[in-house]
Design a protein around this ligand. Structure first.
Ligand SMILES: [Zn+2]
Length: 327
């Protein structure tokens, strides 16, 4: 069977300044996920002490499109990278439909480069599963391709969107992560790649959808210290931030020309803010105050929020804290 994973393109970016080389990851330990006769039981759910060492973890951020992770979790990713963790950004699709003027092949190629540049800013890897943008399905072929990629990356944590979302590609990216979670440890599924000996923890990033319920803020972090980096990563997706998104969203204020970088940055700041109203920090102030205290938590202007997915390893509160230690 020919899998899409044969087409992976990996941009392993040079580690940017301020983001130290990653420490060696501890060898994977067998998870406590156990298969029981006649059924499957998640039991204990600890990944083991040696698996979740701050600064030595691997975080796989999965988006449907090349800029999804930048919008939703690049603040956390920048902080993880600064801590020494390995960050891998994966786009399930090639992004070819993300333009109103350019040829789709040219858009896909341009976006591949943009994603590589954005990832390089924090020393992250950028990968792409190459499914045509707007045509992602939660089918077997895509599931097997994702299983192969996850087994190759060996993440401790996978971050993605929830399955309730306006965009079908987003929905199916999330479903594909869910569908892969159990299969990662099953040797006869996608036998071309060795099974994992543990199940990664899956986190959802924040959204504003209310059906069937609002996101549960298991962790809320402030990202003010790295917000300029986040904006820079977003700005690397030039075809999206300054061309496609303002057009498709009928944003009333056109972006300044490319030769006015300072004005463009301020425009992008306002554009980003327009997409999160109320801001994530305002929505989850209580959780930020709980994490940082009244004064520091009350001051946070930019935040990111995560919910633990009930598939994959269920972290204890100590394990969850280790994932976000120092963030
Ligand atoms: Zn998207």
């Amino acid at each position: 069977m020919t899998l899409l994973m044969d087409d992976y393109v990996s941009f392993t970016s040079s580690v940017a300044q301020n983001f130290p080389p990653r420490k060696e990851t501890s060898p994977a330990v067998a998870g406590s996920v156990v298969a029981a006769a006649g059924g499957f039981v998640y039991s204990g759910t600890s990944m083991g002490e040696s698996k979740l060492q701050p600064g030595a973890m691997t975080m796989l951020c999965v988006g449907a499109h090349p800029d999804d992770c930048e919008f939703q979790c690049s603040g956390a990713a920048a902080k993880w990278a600064a801590r020494g963790d390995r960050i891998v950004y994966l786009s399930m699709t090639d992004g070819r439909s993300g333009h109103h003027l350019l040829d789709p092949d040219a858009v896909a190629e341009r976006r591949r480069k943009e994603a590589g540049r954005a990832a390089a800013l924090i020393g992250a890897e950028s990968r792409n599963l190459g499914v045509p943008d707007g045509a992602l399905e939660a089918n077997l072929q895509n599931r097997l391709a994702l299983i192969g990629l996850i087994r190759d990356v060996k993440p401790d944590v996978i971050v993605t969107n929830r399955p309730n979302d306006y965009h079908p590609d987003h929905r199916y990216a999330s479903i594909l992560v869910q569908d892969s979670a159990y299969m990662l440890m099953v040797p006869h599924v996608a036998p071309e790649t060795p099974p994992l000996e543990y199940n990664p923890i899956v986190l959802y990033w924040v959204d504003h959808f209310t059906f069937p319920r609002e996101i549960r803020a298991d962790v809320a972090i402030g990202i003010d210290e790295v917000f300029e980096t986040k904006l820079e990563m977003l700005a690397a997706h030039e075809s999206q931030m300054f061309e496609w998104l303002p057009w498709i969203e009928r944003y009333p204020d056109p972006p300044p020309a490319v030769d006015r970088p300072r004005e463009r940055r301020e425009w992008l700041r306002a554009f980003y803010g327009s997409r999160y109203r109320p801001s994530t920090a305002e929505r989850f102030r209580k959780q930020l105050v709980g994490r940082y205290g009244a004064e520091a938590g009350g001051r946070v202007a930019q935040a990111e929020v995560f919910e633990v997915c009930e598939y994959g390893t269920q972290p204890s509160s100590e394990e969850l804290e280790r994932i976000f230690e120092g963030l």
